[in-house]
Design a protein around this ligand. Sequence first.
Ligand SMILES: Nc1ncnc2c1ncn2[C@@H]1O[C@H](COP(=O)(O)OP(=O)(O)O)[C@@H](O)[C@H]1O
Ligand SMILES: [Mg+2]
Length: 259
Amino acid sequence: MAHALEAINVSKEYSTVAGKVTVLKELNFHADANEFISFVGPSGCGKSTLFNIITGLLAPDNGHILINDKETTGSASEKMGYVLQKDLLFPWRTVIQNVILGLEIRGVNKKEARERAKELLETYHMQGYEDKYPAQLSGGMKQRVALMRTMITNPEIILMDEAYKALDYPLKISLESELLNVVKQQKKTVIFITHDIEEAVTLSDRVYVMKARPGEIIHEINVDLETDSRIIPERRLSPRFNDYYELIWRSIGAAPVLF
Ligand SMILES: Nc1ncnc2c1ncn2[C@@H]1O[C@H](COP(=O)(O)OP(=O)(O)O)[C@@H](O)[C@H]1O
Ligand SMILES: [Mg+2]
């Protein structure tokens, strides 16, 4: 069967004042349909560069990205949706106006778009917030609106770059539980980028571990926490959690640590 997404020999260099720097070196990886994969690695190992290459915002120097076995043309694929750490909501738009943005761009009529957005707002327990502005929301609510804005266009693949980095722990685990529930229920493929080992282990079916300078995949780990729970603390309490944590920590620890 075709992979939902596949990268073949992807490399990237940046030109700096000090000369050329290899940021990503010959990355090969894939994500299957309905699979939740993570990339975990230290700051500066090239995760956001990789994100930009997968989305088509940045062209690799070598290699290519295939979606359902077809090479992407460089522009962002219709099949993908993104959630970033900075939620990037438009401050001058209300919650509902932010949520319908992707549908507006696709030319869906406003009435239909608003109806779909209202359903989503209910699903995410944010009914009543339709006409609030981002500045009136908590950090967690903003991130939830950003996820709704992505989900409303019904992407097959969801890409997330350090989406929950700036949140406090209780909020983070609640949003992550919600995410896991939604993507498993709706059978999405997720590519989750993080520097947080715990986050990668609790959420993922499979983890790619990266090292820095140059950014390379040094380990691929299938994760099975032997639980069907989608509640993050319950997954975290799986007796197998520590084994995976240790495995990843040791493989990252073997690489140079950047401070
Ligand atoms: N446009 C650029 N030009 C030159 N160097 C860059 C550029 N963007 C990122 N870098 C460098 O490439 C490396 C990887 O960056 P990045 O992909 O943001 O890593 P991560 O997201 O893992 O922290 C870093 O050393 C960063 O300083
Ligand atoms: Mg980054």
